[in-house]
Write a protein that binds this ligand. Structure first.
Ligand SMILES: CC(=O)N[C@H]1[C@@H](OP(=O)(O)OP(=O)(O)OC[C@H]2O[C@@H](n3ccc(=O)[nH]c3=O)[C@H](O)[C@@H]2O)O[C@H](CO)[C@@H](O)[C@@H]1O
Ligand SMILES: C=C(OP(=O)(O)O)C(=O)O
Length: 429
């Protein structure tokens, strides 16, 4: 298992290219199951989760190809991939594949919509929580599917196709919104999704589905209406930039001090996070190539944060922000409302000298004058990068182990940070 070694204390200066969004690329790839024509996706990031999803999709019969290198492109340029489910030869998504990446479960929607049946393994939980799928099951039932749970699999049947219906989500769920929107696109009649997720990745998927011929209104609001159509066609779509990667690198610069342009970043995708960062003392300006993050020698102000569904402060930036607050003046309160176990980075940050107390769903962070490097262990995707951020500011050497967590969602992180002056290298085991 690889690890990453960091010697802290240098500022970050220069430019970092922002990759296509992992959390948009995954549902977009799954949407290829809805048509027998080719779906071409540009700006797809080179991530473990993307690679894992191609195993799932090719198992269903999707032909998958990637454009080769082009003039002027390098390893940090997004990929152009072509997916074609000419026919779906297998409507089962097996446990050994789905359990490795939860979003694989979302294939249940397109499979039952197009094929009238699906047998998809329950994904199981992960480090940050149990992550149930009850909203998916109730939603598909509302569209006329018969659902059974058999030996750890969700078995969905709709031999006469799905019909439109009204789905009210008890809690905002990004995955359930994606999945039901895709299913409804081929259902007979109108579907209304109430209390739908408003994330930019939902809007990106809706934009692509409309380009494929779907009839969707209200994406980005809490109510999405879908008028089902007989079939969908191929399309070419470019994945939006990754707002979580953008916020992560912005917090890294705020932590170390320096001046970095995040190329291709869109500030409108993470306004709540940028507002909080400005309150900590970072200066953030839009440029014609992306976002400039700048913090001079002044200190870091402590700011309280509560995670919320979009457009609130994203849970996927909570761990990164906590790392930043470990070096702030005073105390900050960070409340996690989305997942029940998303504080596992706390004990690892404490190994670097951070002072953090947990009170229920709230972490109280007391800023310290310095962090000191130490060996730490990544426990989940976003926790892993919070340890990198802390290591960039810690005195001495920090080694982050189990970086396979990191590789799920951050493309060539050590290269991107190294180009801006970070003393960081990957140690391959
Ligand atoms: C691949 C991807 O896009 N992952 C994102 C997606 O995950 P994901 O779609 O899995 O997260 P959800 O938005 O569904 O989860 C929100 C909350 O709803 C609960 N819930 C969800 C479904 C369900 O059927 N029943 C239920 O109770 C979850 O346990 C959680 O407490 O949204 C999360 C919340 O923004 C992000 O942190 C993840 O990065
Ligand atoms: C939790 C995340 O992803 P996933 O839903 O795939 O676990 C994430 O991207 O932070």
């Amino acid at each position: 298992m690889d690890s990453i070694k960091i010697v802290g204390g240098t500022q970050l200066n220069g430019a970092i290219p922002i990759s296509g969004a992992k959390n948009a690329a995954l549902p977009l790839m799954i949407a290829s199951l809805l048509t027998d024509e080719t779906l071409t996706l540009e700006n797809v990031p080179r991530l473990r989760d993307v690679a894992q999803l191609t195993h799932i999709l090719t198992n269903h019969g999707v032909d998958y190809s990637v454009d080769g290198k082009r003039l002027g492109q390098d390893q940090l340029t997004g990929q152009t991939v072509h997916l074609r489910a000419r026919e779906v030869v297998d409507t089962t998504a097996p446990y050994e594949l789905v359990s490795k990446m939860r979003a694989s479960f979302w294939v249940v929607g397109p499979l039952v919509a197009r094929m009238g049946r699906a047998r998809v393994s329950l994904p199981g939980g992960c480090a940050i929580g149990t992550r149930p799928v009850d909203f998916f099951i109730e939603g598909l039932k509302a569209l006329g599917a018969d659902i059974d749970i058999d030996s750890g699999y969700v078995v969905a049947q709709a031999p006469n196709g799905l019909r439109g219906g009204r789905v009210t989500f008890p809690k905002v769920s990004v995955g359930a919104t994606h999945t039901l929107m895709m299913a409804a696109a081929l259902a007979r009649g109108e579907t209304e999704l109430v209390n739908a997720a408003r994330e930019p990745e939902v809007v990106d998927l809706a934009d692509c589905l409309v380009g494929m011929g779907a009839r969707i209104e209200g994406a980005g609001t809490g109510t999405i209406r879908i008028q089902g159509v007989e079939r969908l066609s191929g399309h070419r779509h470019s994945v939006i930039p990754d707002r979580i990667e953008t916020g992560t690198y912005a917090m890294a610069v705020a932590m170390t001090g320096g001046d970095v342009v995040l190329e291709g970043a869109r500030g409108d995708l993470l306004e709540a996070a940028l507002d909080v960062l400005r309150q900590t003392g970072a200066e953030i300006t839009e440029t014609n190539s992306g976002l400039r993050i700048y913090r001079n020698g002044n200190g870091i102000a402590s700011v309280d944060v509560t995670t919320e569904p979009y457009p609130g402060f994203p849970t996927d930036l909570q761990a990164q922000f906590m790392a930043l607050m470990t070096r702030a003046h005073g105390h900050s309160r960070i409340t996690e409302t989305i997942f029940e176990n998303r504080f596992m980075h706390v004990q690892e940050l404490a190994r670097l000298g951070a002072r953090i107390r947990i009170d229920g769903h709230t972490a109280i962070v007391e800023g310290v004058p310095a962090l000191r490097g130490a060996p730490v262990m990544a426990t989940d995707l976003r926790a892993s990068v919070s340890l990198v951020i802390a290591g960039l500011a810690a005195e001495g050497e920090t080694t982050v182990s189990r970086v396979y967590h990191l590789d799920r969602g951050f493309e060539r992180l050590e290269e991107k940070l190294g180009r801006c002056g970070a003393q960081i290298e990957r140690i391959s085991a």
